[in-house]
Design a protein around this ligand. Sequence first.
Ligand code: G3H
Ligand code: 13P
Ligand code: ZN
Length: 324
Amino acid sequence: MALVNSKKMFEQAYKNGYAIGAFNVNNMEIVQGITEACKEEKAPVILQVSKGARAYANHTYLVKLVEAAVIECPDIPVVLHLDHGPDFDTCKSCIDGGFTSVMIDYSSHPLEENIEETAKVVEYAHKYGVSVEGELGTLAGIEDEVSHAVGSYTRPEDVEKFVKGTGVDSLAIAIGTSHGGYKFKPEQCTVNEQGILVPPALRFDILKEVSKRLPNFPIVLHGSSSVPQNYVKMVNENGGKMPNAIGVPEEQLREAARLAVCKINIDSDLRLAMTGTIRQFFNEHPDKFDPREYLKPARANIKELVRHKLVDVLGCAGKADECK
Ligand code: G3H
Ligand code: 13P
Ligand code: ZN
């Protein structure tokens, strides 16, 4: 089937208590790893492209890679989404260039400006059947293009005004997740009996208050990588240095998916799986230099990681048909 917008996916996800995985794509192996898992698990999927990804790989290459995945996986619905669109012009260029969903991220601007810019994108996007995600609140994090030194939680009292004033199809909120591989400082965490750092809980009270004010409205969580410790270890044992890399506990994401959260963004976990695998390969095979030899296990590990997310975290495995 052709690329779709996110409308049906979110309706089904909301109604049935699961979330759609929104995975960032930057090259062919990442696209393949994600979509092969989704194909085998019969899961709907959102493939998302950031401003940085467009700068790195080029808009056309990314669109064509995603179109190739659609041909290879004809039975699953796929959304091509702009992640963290910084302004109207970038959103317009993606809408004109084949995307079926865009995010306009004006969350670091004052509320009125956020509403104004987001409404402008919605007006344009809806003419072409393209879905729009807006954001209220800012995530703390260390990602380059989307960093905010200090995060601020979404204020539930703003959400009705924002959604009514813009016409957005989904809303990203800040409830304690953050971008990147270092989401929590050790001093923010507690230590459990096994000596493992336990991050602070997400603010489910804010999520519940937002969804009370916006009944049946799809909520999005950014910064939702869990930073799997097996891959952190793999990186660190093979020449890398990622001290105190900590992510969002997967049980909390599963809980959010049962509530109003319909889209969960995952990028850093894919990067970590790829980097850990390649580091290990180089360490074990210092004589090898064929990129296919080290990209193949990296792609395979991305696929298994995505399969785990679909089945155990998002709950969207087997849901492809109902989202068509
Ligand atoms: O939320 C941000 C995504 O992880 C994309 O990151 O700007 O490095 O492509 P990027
Ligand atoms: P992570 O850095 O936690 O993977 O978040 C990705 C994201 O929110 C993309 O928009
Ligand atoms: Zn994000």
